[in-house]
Structures are given as structure tokens and as C-alpha cells.
Design a protein around this ligand. Structure first.
Ligand code: PAZ
Length: 350
């Protein structure tokens, strides 16, 4: 059986790198060099789902639920605490700052209204020639001004680097390249791996070049499924496991950095066990566990020898959801506290 390092090397040599790799690596290099020179801590934050293409000229792909809320929200809290953020995100998932006004629940048009403005050189009220204009509705202005200021500060001070990916393969190539660029930061570097990365993929030698034609799908030897349409035809997709890269990240790509991974489960009975398994296997610093249904209200911090729930308080003092407070406002300071402890420990040794 191939060990993990063989399967990882094979993965990188048999899958094509994304066309954006050299550009993204150069951007990461310039970003890291700049912030290293200013002694600023840098967090690489991964966010959103990954796609698994079924065809080279991709029409169809397998995807997952992640909208990138955790990642985009956490990025804002890291920025507010003085970190520079490399935001490695699934293209078209939520972005820091613009997340407040994007996607269907927060459509930016709902924040605006029309206003009759008197234009220069035009007649006033009596003449009635007001120029229509667009303004932010009064009740949203304060909040929007605050978001706008933070966004502009991040932009002007070059504190946020947005790097998009789409497929699981492009994610892994880019993660490896950026991690290597961040090595010069030593333990000032933090990895916060919130992306929901696919565990399976179609290897290149089994990938269809063109769109899979429904007419070409073979008859199933087991006959039609109960309730299924299409007679006895079945599209069977044969997926390989994606090699586990966390070990490589911890041991080789970023050996001095603090590494925080996330673990998502749907069965609460499995969460602690799976988090501990991940810590044992990869020997990194912290696993943050969450359950799909409650991930916006509570997470489990699992470290060597301890497990601690971080929960949003409700207005009546119990835990279990509070619309106004984002759980990332609790998660990020807890992570930073641990990063600072690690830095202090390392400084005491040297
Ligand atoms: O993107 P989102 O806010 O909807 O979800 C966040 C999350 C559940 C994907 C993240 O908190 C997480 O657990 N990521 C790791 C998933 C995993 O690989 O187990």
C-alpha cells in the first residue's frame, strides 16, 4: 500500500497545476515579504467548498454546501486584530466585507433607495426638475459606513490578499505554494483551514474529456433502481480518495507555523472522536469541530488533552444562538490567544 508521502507526490505529479499558480504564488510572495518587513503576523485563511470536476472541459462537477461564511467572517476579525490575511477562497463564495451586501439574503439593492436630488444649474422645487439619484437607506447608513471604512483600510494598507480557487486540485497546489512562501514568517504564520475540502476526486486518467453524454451511459447489470427513471441505465462515478495533506503541511510545508484545522460532522456523537483522531494523526495545534446544523452557534475547540465548547450566549443567558453576535467574534480571539501563547513559549526558549 502506498504511504501518504508517496500518494501525495503522485497526486502532484499526475494532476495538472492550475494555470493561475505562478501568478498567485508571486502575489503571495510579494504580500508575505511586505508584511514580514513590517513584522506583521500573517494568517492564511481557507474558505468555501471545492469542486470535483467530472469532465476536463467541465460541465458537471460534484460540490458541497459551504458558502464561505465562516472564512469571510473570520477574515474580518483577524484584520481587526492586526493580522494580514491571505484569503484563499472558492471563487464566488462569500468575501470579507462585501459578504454583508451579497447573495440573496443580503441583496445590496435592498439597502438602496431612490432620491430626488436637485442638480447643479437646475431649477428648484417650484420648477420641479429634480434629478433622480440613488442613496443608502437611512437605517443602514451607520452600519454600511463602518463596513466601508474597515474595507478601505484593509485595501489601502494592503492587508488583505484575495486568491480564488475552484477545484480541489487547484486548492491543494495553491495551498502548498503559499505555505512555502510563508515559511520565512516562522511561527508568526498562522493557518486557519476553514475550507470544506473534498475527500474524493476523479483522477486524470479516468476523467472524460468532453461532456458525459446520457446516451452513452451503459445499462446497469443490476437493473433499474426502485423509483428510478431512465430504464436500467446508470452513471457510476468512480472516485479516488484525495491524499491527506495536513500531515505534509504540518511536517514539511509549514513546520514552524501554528496550524488550526476545522472538522465538520453531522452526527454529534462522532465530533469529539473525529477531532481527537485528526489531532493524533497530524499532530498540529488545534482542531475546531462543528456540527452542520449548529455551526453558527457553537464550536468545539480540541487541543492536546482538552476539549472546550465555544458558544454564543442568547439574550436570556443560555447558549444556543444570538442573531446579532457572530460566533467568529468569539472563535478568532480564542485562536489568537493560543497563537500568542505559542509565540511567547518559542520566544522564551530562544
Ligand atoms: O462555509 P460555511 O460557513 O457555510 O461552513 C463552514 C464550515 C462548516 C465548512 C467550516 O466551519 C468547516 O468545518 N470546515 C472544515 C470542513 C471539513 O473538512 O470537515
Amino acid at each position: 500500500m502506498a504511504d501518504s508521502s508517496t500518494s501525495e507526490s503522485h497526486y502532484f505529479s499526475s494532476n495538472p497545476p492550475p494555470p493561475t499558480l505562478s501568478q498567485h504564488t508571486a502575489q503571495a510572495n510579494a504580500f508575505v515579504t511586505h508584511h514580514h518587513a513590517h513584522s506583521r503576523r500573517v494568517v492564511l485563511l481557507t474558505s468555501g467548498g471545492t469542486t470535483v470536476p467530472l469532465e476536463n472541459q467541465t460541465v458537471r462537477f460534484i460540490d458541497n454546501f459551504s458558502a464561505g461564511t465562516r472564512g469571510a467572517t473570520s477574515a474580518e476579525y483577524f484584520l481587526s486584530q492586526g493580522y494580514a490575511v491571505i484569503f484563499l477562497h472558492r471563487q464566488f463564495s462569500l468575501l470579507p466585507f462585501s459578504r454583508h451586501y451579497s447573495h440573496s439574503t443580503n441583496c445590496f439593492l435592498d439597502f438602496l433607495s431612490e432620491w430626488g436630488r436637485i442638480g447643479e444649474g437646475e431649477e428648484g422645487e417650484d420648477g420641479g426638475a429634480a434629478t433622480p439619484d440613488v442613496v443608502v437607506k437611512a437605517k443602514y447608513r451607520r452600519e454600511m459606513l463602518s463596513v466601508l471604512r474597515k474595507y478601505r483600510k484593509a485595501k489601502e494598507q494592503k492587508l488583505l490578499l484575495l486568491l480564488p480557487f475552484t477545484t480541489v486540485t487547484s486548492y491543494l497546489f495553491t495551498l502548498r505554494a503559499i505555505a512555502c512562501e510563508m515559511r520565512c514568517l516562522g511561527n508568526e504564520a498562522l493557518f486557519y483551514l476553514a475550507a470544506a475540502v473534498s475527500d474524493f476526486f476523479v483522477p486524470p486518467d479516468r476523467m472524460a474529456e468532453h461532456k458525459i453524454q446520457s446516451g452513452d451511459v451503459p445499462e446497469s447489470t443490476s437493473g433499474p433502481s426502485p423509483g428510478g427513471g431512465g430504464g436500467g441505465k446508470k452513471l457510476v462515478i468512480d472516485l479516488d480518495p484525495v491524499p491527506k495533506f495536513l500531515k505534509r503541511l504540518v511536517e514539511q510545508w509549514a513546520p514552524e507555523a501554528m496550524i488550526v484545522s476545522f472538522k465538520l460532522e453531522t452526527d454529534p456523537a462522532l465530533l469529539l472522536k473525529k477531532c481527537n483522531q485528526s489531532l493524533d494523526r497530524y499532530a498540529h495545534h488545534l482542531v475546531i469541530g462543528n456540527i452542520l446544523a449548529t455551526r453558527k452557534y457553537e464550536v468545539l475547540f480540541v487541543e492536546e488533552g482538552s476539549a472546550q465548547w465555544v458558544r454564543l450566549p442568547t439574550s436570556d443567558g443560555n447558549s444556543g444562538g444570538n442573531e446579532e453576535v457572530e460566533i467568529e467574534s468569539l472563535i478568532v480571539p480564542e485562536v489568537i490567544k493560543r497563537h500568542e501563547k505559542m509565540l511567547a513559549r518559542k520566544a522564551a526558549i530562544h
